[in-house]
Design a protein around this ligand. Structure first.
Ligand code: CDT
Length: 312
């Protein structure tokens, strides 16, 4: 049976702080409409797609912070996206800031990706594990990266789900830089990993990396795809957002590690590829046949130790 999934990587251009959620959702609906014309089965949107990348600002007022979060999904502003997707029969993956209130009334804040099927039934939710940046404002920076301040670490780790005829995993932005992300997902059978991101060109603690930001973006996703024999779909929120230039480079990457389609702009743009999930087997039954070749008895340090400890 054919296991080709036509995936649309729906890059978004910048979202300003003043932009209304309804306007942003209309841009996303327009990308969904294009995806429907192109026959897509699944559309992937970026990390924190509904708002500007708010961790660039230091805020103390919890009400102001919570104004960037969604307490329900779908909610009043996002319902239009669900309605359009259901009408087209297209599943989607959406990055958003999620506010969860537990039964005791306590609040949790997650950087979340939601996956829904062609009927807009929820397949799964991934809550970001690797939160980059810092938790206290650092005034020397031209802009902040306060993900550690505004979000809780996702408690559920890296899960996979059966959907779209295959096994799907999700990761978010900084997760893509860590090989553990892809390997855990691959060990859970992932054949395609969906990754939204917001990446400033300028990295204030290491400006010497700035010229390599596009290279590093593709390097990590291509390596993750090849070393685990799976598809990787990386989707940017790109362009100049509130004076902060963000990389684009939205790409669909095959299990060979090759980029098969790539965005050419820093604005709203749909990138489409037919992703044959059976192409994973060529890698997963040979070079990366995990069962035959992995040596987990020599990897224990990866799960027991965080920092690096060179010999004396
Ligand atoms: N959103 C996100 O995770 N962005 C980071 C920026 C660099 S870390 C300060 C990334 O890894 O792309």
């Amino acid at each position: 049976m054919d296991r080709v999934v036509r995936i649309g990587a729906a890059q978004l251009g910048p979202v300003a702080r003043r932009d209304d959620r309804h306007e942003v959702v209309q841009r996303m609906v327009s990308l969904l409409d294009h995806a429907a014309e192109d026959g897509c089965d699944l559309v992937v949107f970026p990390e924190l797609a509904l708002t500007t990348f708010f961790p660039r600002w230091a805020m103390d007022d919890q009400e102001e912070i919570d104004s960037f979060f969604e307490a329900e999904m779908p909610g009043p502003a996002t319902q239009a996206l669900f309605t359009a997707a259901k009408r087209h029969g297209i599943g989607f993956c959406l990055g958003f800031a999620e506010l969860v209130t537990d039964s005791g009334g306590a609040h949790r804040h997650y950087n979340t990706a939601l996956l829904v099927d062609a009927e807009t039934n929820e397949v799964g939710r991934y809550r970001k594990v690797h939160l980059p940046g810092h938790d206290e404002p650092e005034p020397w920076r031209p802009f902040q990266h306060l993900e550690k301040r505004y979000f809780d670490v996702g408690p559920d780790g890296f899960q996979t789900w059966r959907a779209f005829g295959g096994v799907v995993g999700m990761a978010i932005c900084n997760d893509r830089r860590w090989p553990e992300t892809y390997r855990v997902l691959a060990l859970r059978g992932a054949e395609v990993v969906l990754i939204g991101y917001n990446t400033p060109v300028h990295n204030p603690p290491a400006p010497e990396h700035d010229a390599l930001s596009d290279f590093h973006n593709h390097l990590v996703m291509q390596a993750g795809a090849y070393q685990n024999g799976m598809w990787v779909v990386g989707v940017a929120k790109a362009g100049d957002e509130e004076g902060v230039p963000m990389i684009g480079g939205t790409a669909i990457i095959a299990p060979s590690g090759e980029i098969v389609s790539q965005a050419s702009t820093l604005g709203d743009e749909l990138v489409v590829s037919d992703c044959d999930l059976d192409a994973c087997a060529s890698y997963r039954t040979t070079t990366f046949d995990f069962e035959r070749h992995r040596r987990p008895e020599h990897y224990e340090i990866i799960t027991t130790q965080r920092g690096s400890t060179p010999p004396d």
